[in-house]
Design a protein around this ligand. Structure first.
Ligand SMILES: [Zn+2]
Ligand SMILES: [Zn+2]
Length: 429
């Protein structure tokens, strides 16, 4: 007797193990080709329009973005930002069509790329140029070491924050005049003095985002479009919490946020899965840069990789994992009363009130008696540099991770000293 076809919602027949002949859920006429969300089988044409539709809805929901603004699209070259560039471009081109009245028209779109080869050793500038050139839109490239030459406020940047090694391996943060330091040397020495991969990654991410914001502001693009997928957002929720950035999660992962005056960051890919961006690139034969390959031992040292592994493994068995994590974090809000009036001098995100005191209350300088938990933290608190009250908890940890060698002086980008000076003079008034 012939087995009946099963009628459950799975795309695989429970009896035969073969792909069911299901039609596309949208057009209902074509056979489906892909089913990334498990319960949403689509044909190629409907999938491509689904991507465009999701993007359009997200852009439409932004509240702070003004009509006719210029948008700078951050491109890393990875699958998500690569696909998002194409989706954005198609959207922008469509807006020129007078019939598409619903589409919000932007004035000009351009692409921003941060070349971090001095830290990662991977130079992708030529590949990026190849990706962007068919679109015939401006491409702005800055190197990560340019972070040492930027000024975010009106203040001049004659000062710089030095990290000096004192006797007994204690670090001191001192303000010095900015004597034309060599950006390349400064950034290289700074990153070389951080032993752990997780801390390097975190500092690089923080600096890259500040630089992108500066590029947008400096080139008069009031909107900065970031290529985050929902998969990346779910991973960030886990990794940022581990890195001590939990208090700024609503801003870090939000759809719209502002850390530099006059630049709104948007994430119009935040409701799309990484797998969907990969499929989009496959269908349209768009080349993306491969993910950075890490050795198995390095993966275990990277909070980002461990968090990615955790979310990706869960997602395989429970396809709604990413959506559940992202919709949960979307509900988080920040209660202003719990935050300092200052933003972090380094990453520019809000600082949880008294985070430096909290840090001291959880830290010890030496283990005296492993059975005695009554540790006097006042000594620790005395050693916390004054500078830390103008840093978020994550950046305090990053500052602690920097280990200058004997007699070595390291530098932080001058905007950090600039913010520190500004806050210090504000608080003394
Ligand atoms: Zn269809
Ligand atoms: Zn910070």
């Amino acid at each position: 007797m012939e087995k009946n076809n099963c009628h459950c919602s799975n795309s695989i027949d429970c009896h035969t193990g073969k792909k069911k002949k299901i039609n596309c859920l949208k057009c209902k006429t074509e056979p489906y080709e892909i089913n990334i969300r498990e319960n949403y089988p689509l044909c190629k044409k409907c999938f491509l329009s689904f991507m465009q539709h999701k993007f359009r809805t997200n852009v439409g929901q932004t509240k702070k973005v003004k009509k006719g603004a210029n948008v700078l699209i951050a491109l890393s070259g990875g699958n998500c930002s690569r696909a998002l560039l194409d989706i954005f471009y198609q959207y922008h081109k469509g807006a020129e069509n007078p019939k598409s009245g619903k589409i919000q028209r932007f004035n000009e779109i351009a692409v921003a790329y941060v070349d971090d080869s001095i830290i990662t050793g991977q130079n992708n500038v030529e590949e990026i140029k190849k990706i962007v050139s068919p679109y015939n839109i401006p491409l702005i490239i800055n190197s990560i070491e340019d972070i040492f030459s930027i000024s975010l406020d009106e203040n001049n940047y004659s000062n710089i924050m030095n990290i000096v090694n004192k006797e007994g391996n204690n670090k001191e943060f001192t303000l010095a005049s900015n004597n034309n330091i060599d950006n390349k040397v400064a950034i290289k020495e700074l990153f070389d003095s951080i032993p752990l991969i997780a801390d390097k990654e975190s500092l690089l991410n923080n600096m890259r985002l500040v630089l992108l914001n500066f590029m947008a502001k400096n080139s008069k693009y009031p909107v900065l479009c970031l290529g985050d997928s929902s998969t990346k957002t779910a991973i960030d929720v886990i990794s940022y919490t581990c890195k001590g950035r939990g208090s700024s999660l609503p801003l870090d992962t939000g759809n719209e946020s502002e850390i530099v005056d006059g630049v709104i960051m948007i994430k119009p890919g935040k409701t799309l899965l990484k797998q969907e961006f990969i499929q989009y690139n496959k269908y349209l034969e768009l080349t993306a840069l491969p993910d950075i390959e890490m050795s198995a031992s390095d993966i275990l040292k990277s909070i980002d990789s461990i968090s990615a592994g955790f979310i990706n493994d869960l997602q395989k068995n429970f396809p709604s994992t990413v959506t559940a994590v992202v919709s949960t974090v979307n509900k988080l809000t920040m209660d202003k009363n719990n935050y300092s009036q200052y933003h972090c001098s380094l990453c520019l995100y809000p600082i949880r009130k008294d985070s430096e005191k909290w840090y001291a209350s959880k830290s010890i300088t030496e283990i005296k008696d492993i059975n005695n938990f009554d540790y006097d933290h006042t000594e620790v608190y005395k050693q916390i540099p004054q500078f830390y009250q103008y840093l978020c908890f994550n950046c305090q940890i990053l500052m602690d991770s920097i280990k200058p060698q004997d007699n070595q002086t390291l530098h932080l980008p001058s905007y950090v000293a600039c913010r520190f000076n500004k806050y210090k003079s504000d608080s003394s008034q």
